[in-house]
Design a protein around this ligand. Structure first.
Ligand SMILES: Cc1ncc(C[n+]2csc(CCOP(=O)(O)OP(=O)(O)O)c2C)c(N)n1
Ligand SMILES: [Mg+2]
Length: 380
């Protein structure tokens, strides 16, 4: 699949000039698939890749639950704010699935989900989150700066909007080097309140840089997710993708709860990006028990059975599970299509839960970095 995407990128670049790209600016998305190459992408979403995608979405959820346990079950593991990615798993997994191995990625204060979506080992992510020596960055990054250069995740910035210009800069380097790699950046809707974001968007458009801007709009009402207007309390435009559109960037709004829709938009974008940057606004509805910089688990860990029996979920999660949980939605779709049984998905979930429990044990057993090494890897 990845090799095919790489090949398609080259072919699409060769076929269209920059002017043609500029003229073609308009919303894209699942209904706007326009070429045979783009149709091939959707056909590539096979049974195997769906179960692998659900596995990864569940892994993010289970690892984030471990983060919540770290914060609630221990007094000294996580002493500040932390931000989990629960409710946005479809976006990270679908976008990462559409990326190729050589692509670069930048992320935010919700980085754990993105790192795992990109293939980072959960034990190393959890160890980094609690500052241990076996963490992705030897415990020096901590919860807000988990990075994995070996996976192309060059930097995480907890500064709202901070990663956007960095991703544009990396895209400039990629463009100068030639080749088909792209730079992808995840950021929240709040980033559109920051000047740095506009600089990054404007330069990416001016220089036609290969950047995939993924705006995770996690405050959207369920009815506004698949089109229409999204109520935002802090922006003058009610449709965030209007901002990049006004700068000449191809933009699209997609329902971030719908894995297939995000994948379609991201995969098509990653092919079209040869003609310049693409902006995806993925709308999700916030997990109701995500309280500011912390979270609670009112009914304990997520139970996959809630996907089929939402009335078993705690009252505050029932409506969200039905309307807005990307994991429950994909699991339900996979069972309704008769390609998978509930028992198969339960077995998948058990395996993922064991993986995340072992990852938490690994992180907790990892020692603190040695104080005498504190100045290693520091620029003089
Ligand atoms: C420049 C800056 N201002 C304020 C903050 C404090 N802060 C941390 S997360 C956050 C909310 C960001 O909202 P959004 O970008 O939509 O991301 P979400 O948390 O909703 O995923 C804020 C204001 C910050 N980290 N950086
Ligand atoms: Mg937000």
């Amino acid at each position: 699949m990845i090799a095919r995407l790489e090949g398609l990128r080259g072919a699409v670049r060769a076929a269209r000039t920059r002017d043609e790209w500029a003229a073609s600016i308009r919303p894209l998305g699942p209904l706007a698939i326009e070429s045979r190459a783009e149709k091939t992408i959707m056909e590539g979403l096979s049974t195997a890749s769906l179960s692998e995608s659900l596995r990864r979405m569940l892994l993010i959820r289970r690892v984030e639950e471990q983060v919540i346990h770290f914060a609630s079950d221990y007094s000294d593991l996580l002493t500040g704010n932390y931000h989990v990615y629960i409710g946005q798993e479809a976006t990270g997994v679908a976008v990462c699935r559409a990326l190729a191995p050589g692509d670069l990625m930048f992320t935010t204060h919700r980085n754990h989900g993105h790192l795992i979506a990109r293939g980072a080992e959960p034990g190393r992510v959890l160890a980094e989150i609690i500052g241990r020596v076996d963490g992705c960055n030897r415990g020096r990054g901590g919860i807000f700066h988990v990075a994995a250069p070996e996976l192309g995740v060059l930097h995480t910035s907890a500064i709202v909007g901070g990663a956007v210009p960095l991703a544009a800069g990396a895209a400039l380097a990629l463009k100068r080097r030639g080749g088909s790699a792209v730079s992808a950046v995840f950021f929240g809707d709040g980033s559109l309140e920051e000047g740095a974001t506009y600089e990054g968007l404007a330069l990416a458009s001016l220089w036609q840089l290969p950047v995939l801007f993924v705006c995770e709009h996690n405050g959207a009402a369920p009815e506004s997710r698949s089109g229409g207007e999204a109520a935002t309390g802090s922006h003058p435009s009610r449709t965030l993708s209007d901002f990049p559109s006004s700068l000449g960037i191809t933009s699209n709004v997609v329902d971030g709860v719908n894995f297939r829709a995000v994948y379609a938009a991201a995969a098509v974008a990653s092919v079209r990006i040869g003609g310049g940057p693409v902006f995806l606004e993925a709308r999700t509805t916030g997990w109701p028990v995500n309280r500011g910089g912390a979270a609670v688990l009112p009914g304990g860990d997520f139970n996959l059975g809630w996907a089929w029996n939402p009335s078993d979920a705690p009252p505050e999660l029932q409506a969200w599970t039905v309307e807005s949980d990307p994991v429950a939605r994909l699991a339900n779709e996979m069972v309704s299509s008769a390609a998978f049984s509930r028992a198969e998905l339960d077995a998948l979930d058990r395996e993922v839960s064991e993986h995340s429990t072992a990852a938490a044990r690994f992180a907790l057993a990892s020692p603190w970095p040695a104080p005498e090494r504190a100045l290693q890897h520091v620029f003089p």
